[in-house]
Write a protein that binds this ligand. Structure first.
Ligand code: G6P
Ligand code: MG
Length: 222
């Protein structure tokens, strides 16, 4: 029986995926990486330093930057991202998410956050959702980011549940892979072809309701 729901943050709870994109784009321009849709998609769900590596590789200059220069680029990205995050308000919660969180709470489901973002507490605070998420995996404790299952295993463990007692929700292919590898059920939010590995894909968070999950996963979800 499903007892817990594990949430990704960026692109699931709020549209910050766009803000990460915007902040990375300025870095991509700085290092002259071609800012293609494929490169953008590959950054989703990936932790900050690995995302930077992907951009430097796309520019063919991964060797040209010293570790200190890479740290400086990552810090510049984060500074830009934090400026953008300051503008977030509860109106930036994606459609249906607030109601879904209420439904989960009312029905006694436990919830946890499984985001690679070190800025997750700040973002949740801006959105007015911090009270829903006392259980957040600290990305600093991870030895491997998504697509490795570790973050979803830790999120389930925070709830004292096994992964197969949980549903994970993700907008990124790397995140869906992480959920699947952990043994939890996976819900993808977005384009079916990008998220084909998910157990079920919803085009939008508006489709994310408890009755809908019950319909899709049957007896597993009360
Ligand atoms: C999420 C986003 C990624 C971002 C990562 C790290 O997974 O989808 O785009 O790179 O978090 O975020 P941070 O806020 O720690 O740089
Ligand atoms: Mg995401």
């Amino acid at each position: 029986n499903i007892k817990g729901v594990l949430f990704d943050l960026d692109g699931v709870i709020t549209a910050t995926a766009r803000l990460h994109d915007q902040a990375w784009q300025s870095i991509a321009e700085k290092v002259q990486a071609p800012w293609t849709p494929a490169l953008q998609a590959s950054l989703k769900g990936i932790d900050r330093m690995h995302a930077l590596e992907l951009i430097l590789q796309a520019a063919g200059v991964a060797q040209a930057y010293s570790p200190a220069e890479k740290q400086a680029l990552a810090a510049a990205k984060n500074q830009r991202y934090l400026e953008l995050v300051q503008q977030l308000t509860p109106t930036d919660i994606l459609p249906g998410i607030r109601v879904f969180l209420d439904q989960l709470q009312q029905h006694g489901y436990q919830i946890a956050l499984a985001s690679a973002s070190k800025n997750a507490p700040t973002v949740l605070h801006q959105l007015g959702l911090a009270a829903f998420f006392p259980k957040i995996v600290d990305p600093n404790t991870l030895t491997k980011g998504k697509p490795a299952p570790e973050i979803y295993q830790k999120a389930a463990a925070l709830l004292h549940l096994a992964p197969d007692q949980c549903v994970g929700i993700e907008d990124a292919a790397a995140g869906v892979a992480a959920i699947n590898a952990s043994g939890a059920l996976s819900v993808g939010i977005g384009a079916a072809q990008e998220l084909a590995a998910a157990d079920v894909v919803f085009a939008s968070t508006a489709e994310l309701t408890l009755p809908h999950l019950q319909q899709v996963f049957g007896g597993g979800v009360r």
